[in-house]
Design a protein around this ligand. Structure first.
Ligand SMILES: C[S@@+](CC[C@H](N)C(=O)[O-])C[C@H]1O[C@@H](n2cnc3c(N)ncnc32)[C@H](O)[C@@H]1O
Length: 364
């Protein structure tokens, strides 16, 4: 039974979709421009949200002028992990629209179209809650101007705005991934003064609301939790006739660069983890290039050289909390898969947020 409706903008491979769906949300519109991300999205979500595709609501380019925003089906929650772009400094006070020409402008226009339509016809629903995601440094992007403009813009549209940086490692996935989440709720349709952010999950999956206690209370996890067994990995390697062990040349290059960086006194260079590590570094969209941010130790593994290996795409999926052991599948090449998981949200973080939004703001 669906309890609320949501739209999935800049949808990628559907991290928000899984999280909202798990919490009773029905996806009524999604938008993603990248051909390969669309392939993964449709492959998976045609199973759980078939009407999205049969009804023609899987849009490609959100800036497409043929797309009339007021025709987007009504929804309660808008989700968007949108690209971070600077806004003009023309100044809000002068009444210019600083957001024009950016993708946030399109998010704003979708919300505005619904609010305007509601003024003419009360049957049109106002978007009640907005959930936006971005990189940790978003608040300081362009000296704070980007965040300021977004907050002002949403305030002007009638929304209260709250934001926090959350870390995936506190939500049961062994990845140090910090992302800002902006939650906004419409003053007229959601009578709430604040939103209490979830900062993590305990061993018993209870929500941690105290930011200072998250390191102490969060469930204990290890990188080993998301790794394939040596046997499983070997089976994949045999099946696909490839190896995830990095080449000698690449390994030499990584080691050389590490020494160079160390001499310059900075900590850059490759990072290596094993099953006992508490968490990996952040997987990024460029992981496919050389895997340097997350290498897995292989010393002493029978039949393998001492050089480390990259994550298998299935492990990348697990590192982002995707249900790859049950129904979610990867229909694209390894390189596309790394890019897609690196660009994605960690599902358990958004799922926890979705649960709190449903309880605290939608009163469901
Ligand atoms: C940071 S990713 C979001 C990933 C997503 N949150 C997930 O869970 O996989 C941003 C996405 O926006 C998409 N995008 C960029 N410009 C777009 C446009 N004009 N219309 C639709 N999607 C666009 C990109 O292709 C990319 O997949």
């Amino acid at each position: 039974m669906h309890k609320f409706k949501f739209i999935d903008l800049f949808a990628g491979i559907g991290g928000f979709h899984i999280a909202m769906h798990e919490n009773g949300g029905e996806c009524v519109f999604a938008s993603e421009i990248d051909k390969f991300a669309r392939q993964t999205y449709e492959h998976n979500f045609s199973k759980i949200s078939p009407e999205l595709f049969t009804g023609g609501h899987f849009n490609q380019d959100i800036t497409d002028s043929a797309l009339v925003y007021s025709n987007i089906p009504d929804f309660d929650v808008l989700c968007a992990g949108f690209p971070c772009q600077p806004f003009s400094h023309a100044g809000l006070k002068k009444g210019f629209d600083d957001t024009r020409g950016t993708l946030f402008f399109n998010i704003k226009e979708i919300i505005r179209a619904k609010i305007e339509a509601n003024k003419l016809d009360k049957k049109v629903a106002i978007p009640r809650v907005l959930l936006l995601e971005n990189v940790k440094g978003f608040r300081n992007h362009d000296k704070g101007n980007t965040y300021k403009v977004i907050k002002h813009t949403l305030n002007d549209l009638g929304y209260e705005v709250a934001a926090e940086v959350l870390n995936s490692k506190h939500f049961g996935v062994p990845q140090n991934r910090e992302r800002i989440f902006i939650v906004a709720w419409h003053r007229d349709s959601v009578k709430k003064n604040d939103f209490k952010f979830p900062f993590g999950l305990t061993q018993k999956d209870e929500v941690i609301y105290e930011k200072e206690k998250r390191d102490e209370l969060a469930k204990k996890i290890k990188v080993g939790d998301i790794l394939l067994t040596n046997k499983e990995l070997q089976q994949f390697e045999n099946r696909d006739n490839k190896t995830y062990t990095i080449s000698e040349k690449l390994w030499e290059g990584h080691q050389r660069r590490k020494i160079m960086h160390a001499e310059k006194g900075n900590g850059f260079g490759y990072s290596i983890f094993n099953s006992q590590s508490s968490y990996t570094s952040t997987i990024s969209a460029r992981y496919y290039k050389d895997g340097s941010e997350i290498l897995i130790e292989q010393k002493g593994v029978k039949g393998k050289p001492d050089r480390p290996r990259k994550l298998h795409p299935v492990e990348a999926a697990k590192l982002q909390g995707y249900p790859i052991d049950s129904w979610y599948e990867i229909p694209v090449s390894d390189n596309q898969a790394y890019k897609q998981f690196g660009n994605s949200v960690s599902v358990p973080v958004v799922s926890t947020l979705a649960f709190e939004i449903k309880n605290q703001l939608l009163d469901l």
